[in-house]
Ligand binder design. Sequence first.
Ligand SMILES: [Zn+2]
Length: 470
Amino acid sequence: MEERTTTANRLNAATRRVEIFGDNVSTDGRVERLRTRAGFVIYRIGARVLPFLPGSLYLFADPTAPPRSPVEGASTQKIRSTQGAEKTGANETKSANVADLTAAKTNGFNAETTANLGGAPAIRTNPTEYWLIDAGSGSDESNADLESAFRTIREEFEPGFAPEKIRRILLTHSHIDHFGGANELRRRTGAEVWSHSFESRVVSSFNEQACVSNVRSFHFLREAGVDEAEIPGILDGFGFRPGRAKSTPVAKTLLGGETFGALKTFYLPGHSPGHLAFQLDDVILTGDLLLSKTLTQIWPSRLTPRTGVWNYIRSLRTLSRIGERCERAVGRKLVALPAHEAPIFDVPNRVRQVVRGMERRNGRLFALLEEAEEPLTTLEIARRMYWSGRPNREFFAISDVAARLEFLQQLGLISVANYDEISVANPALRFRKSFADAEAAENAVEQIFGVNGADDEPDSVERDANLGGD
Ligand SMILES: [Zn+2]
């Protein structure tokens, strides 16, 4: 409950629908209206994107539309208060930050005509176009929640809104809970789907990529020590299988670094090869890069190029710097709005917490290897670290461990014990600690992670988004 008050206050969320659903609670179709420092309105839409993982999508007015009013100060205030009373009435939270709107750029959420403005240029009440970040999974629940959220936006916030006004769907990445609904939405709205170039093949040719990926994953799981007979079951539980999602054409591919009016794109790989984040003023939409409560899922880069611990940590560092830059430039902390869980109000600190959490997990893995009498396979480590008895999580657990093993290997801290067998037979790789000097090992890891000064909240980083607890 405390979380709710703080979040609402800090983001000036208005209206009676203000509820920060944040954690993994049901989020069916709920909407929050959030306003950035400069007055951009962002709708946060809750949807049941996966049975075990609620998600958030974000909708805002076309960021390339020029600010619609040169009127600053008193005039802008007047427009707001007149129209605001009509449009949002008693729902509007009278917080200090709503009064800040005198300085707001009027990005299309303001008055309709010039009638009251003493000749000021025309301003539109409602934006004619909207952009949407991510598309949900395309499951019945996800689609129904989106539809209900669209209705809420029209009925309670913006009478002029209609789904057909969504012109762009920008994907943070091509995991099914983010892109699976894109084709249906594109057909319904006529919107273009944009994604990073490295994700576009999955989006536009899902079945092809699912088949390619499953063959690769088969070898990966065998190498991890999974019995061949069990592999199809594990892959099925993971669910990256042909027919699971509908492909959709990608109208424009991005690389990160593009600017579309007020919107900036950032290439932040690690959780996926072409993961993007989108910054609008003092708010950044971070997809799955950084979550408020849990550690995001990671994969080994040899299974999926440009993922892995190393790329992930580098992207977190970049995000931290974006946060620091924002604070220096506009005097407000960057607010990260993730695709799951609650908004993050102190990005650099949350990054430090996550990095610490990663470090702790690596430490546990390292300790397991140390305690073990025999070298261990990836599967054996996964079972000791994570086993939750839920078969649909096995692939996540094995991938997580494989990513950490890969990273520790990159640092020269562990070695493959049975390397002499692998060219003749096809056994699982067995790992052992290769560092005799524990202190030197710790230093090496610390150098890479280089964290200090985080407000440490161990409990908040020990859960895992997909593993649901260790
Ligand atoms: Zn993801």
